[in-house]
Design a protein around this ligand. Structure first.
Ligand code: PLP
Length: 375
């Protein structure tokens, strides 16, 4: 409560727990870094955001060009999109929730589930949004680190579950490590008696047949999240969705921003679902390029890449400083991701781009490695 002496300070009215939070560190736009470093924009390989280098599909672009109803609000119930997603996923429309990116679904889950002090578990190294949204909601984020091979430490997860834990976030395949969640691992998590949100943002690169989405029919405590950002190249339009028990979906629909998914995102997503052949051919090309990039990275003496089922590869930086290497690569126009977080400080995550981006990356690694004395 603000006293008379603090009444003029707007921060005195803010939740004190929020003032302590560090905030989410996203990627700085490449253009601004490139301008600072004076790297010409046509020389940039943007391999730091796990984006799709092919962009949106032709039908999605055509739908956006033809769309003329920007002056109307979106359907708050997103009926058409949910029906199409139901056909696509095999889950009933009433079990599907759409969001402004899957980030919004993570936020909705935290808002719906966590009272102050209640907990969500995540399994680092992993995607930072789970912790971010848990804490914004006033919850407590409980990290249970993975084992050295990035598999789950199920005993430690079981020990971390107490009556205040509502939810476990687990990523399949995981970002940034690229490994899959095993069926046995998911069974073990579901046996713990709390909700389990499986984030399948990259599942198309692993093969849709590996998805756990069909399990929602048997597993009322399972939520499976997906996105159009990666396989469909629509990261900038923001469209995610999730499948879950219909009763839980109804709660998320009641508390979501009614117009959070905009009409352009809806039009592009519907068109992308009609353009799956071309989009999945691009996914296959990215997967082939991932394997070529993996072999090339393995030949670099100061890196150790980990096999990946997603559209990025995590590498140990075996000599020197990973952050310095990232900066040297930037000077060559190659942008990769470093995380200043436990378990990741000596590593870089490199997104898979086009063939020419891989070639530029490998060339830049040679030059940067020579400059830093790593060779
Ligand atoms: C594991 C994971 N989940 C979710 C997202 C966010 O997806 P969206 O763009 O749909 O918000 C990302 C983005 O990088 C991610 O890596």
């Amino acid at each position: 409560m603000a006293t008379s002496s603090t009444r003029r300070d707007p921060l005195a009215f803010v939740r004190p727990d929020l003032l302590q939070l560090p905030g989410y560190v996203g990627v700085e736009p490449v253009e601004s870094i490139a301008a600072r470093l004076r790297v010409p924009s046509d020389r940039i390989a943007k391999l730091d955001g796990n984006e799709n280098p092919y962009g949106p599909s032709p039908r999605a672009l055509a739908a956006l060009r033809a769309f003329d109803a920007y002056h109307l609000y979106p359907d708050p119930d997103l009926r058409r999109l949910r029906e199409r997603l139901a056909e696509y996923t095999g889950a009933p429309p009433e079990s599907i929730v759409c969001g402004n990116g899957s980030d919004e679904i993570i936020q909705l889950l935290c808002t719906a589930l966590l009272r102050p002090g209640e907990k969500a578990i995540d399994l680092p190294p992993t995607f930072g949004m789970y912790r971010f949204e848990t804490e914004i909601a006033g919850g407590v984020s409980v990290p249970v680190p993975r084992r050295p091979d990035f598999s789950l430490d199920l005993d430690a997860v079981a020990r971390a579950v107490d009556e205040r834990v509502k939810l476990i976030f687990v990523t399949h395949p995981n970002n940034p490590t690229g490994n899959l969640l095993g069926e046995d691992e998911l069974h073990a998590l579901l046996d713990l008696g709390v909700l389990v949100a499986v984030d399948e943002a990259y599942i198309e690169f692993a093969g849709l047949e590996r998805s756990f989405l069909p399990w929602i029919r048997q597993q009322p405590r399972l939520i499976v999240m997906r996105t159009f950002s990666k396989w469909a190249g629509l990261a900038g339009l923001r469209l995610g969705y999730a499948a879950m028990a219909p009763d839980l979906a109804a709660v998320l629909y009641r508390i979501r921003q009614p117009y959070g998914v905009n009409v352009a995102a809806e039009a592009a997503a519907l068109a992308a679902l009609d353009d799956r052949a071309i989009l999945m051919a691009r996914v296959a090309a990215i997967v082939a390029e991932r394997e070529r990039m993996f072999a090339a990275l393995r030949a670099i003496p100061f890196l150790r890449p980990y096999p990946s089922h997603a559209n990025f590869i995590l590498c140990d930086v075996l000599r020197g400083d990973a952050l310095a290497l990232r900066d040297e690569l930037r000077a060559e126009g190659v942008f990769v991701r470093h995380f200043d977080k436990p378990g990741l400080r000596d590593r870089l995550r490199i997104s898979v781009g086009l063939r020419r981006h891989t070639d530029q990356l490998i060339d830049a690694l040679g030059k940067a490695g020579a400059r830093l004395g790593l060779l």
